[in-house]
Write a protein that binds this ligand. Sequence first.
Ligand code: DX5
Ligand code: ZN
Length: 251
Amino acid sequence: ASGCKIGPSILNSDLANLGTECLRMLDSGADYLHLDVMDGHPALQGGQFFLSYTVSSLKTGSVSLAQLCILCRHFVPNITFGHPVVESLRKQLGQDPFFDMHMMVSRPEQWVKPMAVAGANQYTFHLEATENPGALIKDIRENGMKVGLAIKPGTTVEYLAPWANQIDMALVMTVEPGFGGQKFMEDMMPKVHWLRTQFPSLDIEVDGGVGPDTIHKCAEAGANMIVSGSAIMRSEDPRSVINLLRNVCSE
Ligand code: DX5
Ligand code: ZN
């Protein structure tokens, strides 16, 4: 794809030195930073839509009952950081770096303003986590941020399509959200390819298990925003990994 950008995910970095780790990535040529926010907020307040959505997901088999019980309480079974950390990062890194907030949280509505105030540039929420994507998209824009819309591996791309013309970026998850270092799901590539065909100018991001071994598949399918965590973080030479990913992606 043309205009490929590489956004390291700092989830698997040395979190005691998060600011330094971000600087290390930017110095190594990162185009933007992908910041993974995970919570454990009770979703019971999600209300009727949450229920009807999950019931229909149960019918189509995209979630199991056991998964549903987890979903009711937490969006992901892990916890990271919130807007106070983003505010500190913004202070330390200055105005330039682009922060793509990957909001793996229940009720993403509640963090739009705090994240905007903290200095986030893009607010990427999960379609599965909200009852009203349209209102959320509007709110994110009114708060001066770009809009990213993410889908988990079990969610079909047809659910995202109706919103594609209102968002800046679609995120096709290539692992179950929650942890870095998981195996890339190649069977998500048809979603990327379909989106690329339908929406030629849409930014399409892939996230999870992306590195030198899997970037070819992402590039072929048409992704142009590449999140890579452990493959970059664990390398002794992050600059060369970032360059490689960008070159393959832009071929
Ligand atoms: C997973 C996160 C990813 C993750 C990527 O829930 O959204 O951003 O940190 O890390 P790797 O590249 O190691 O899969
Ligand atoms: Zn992520």
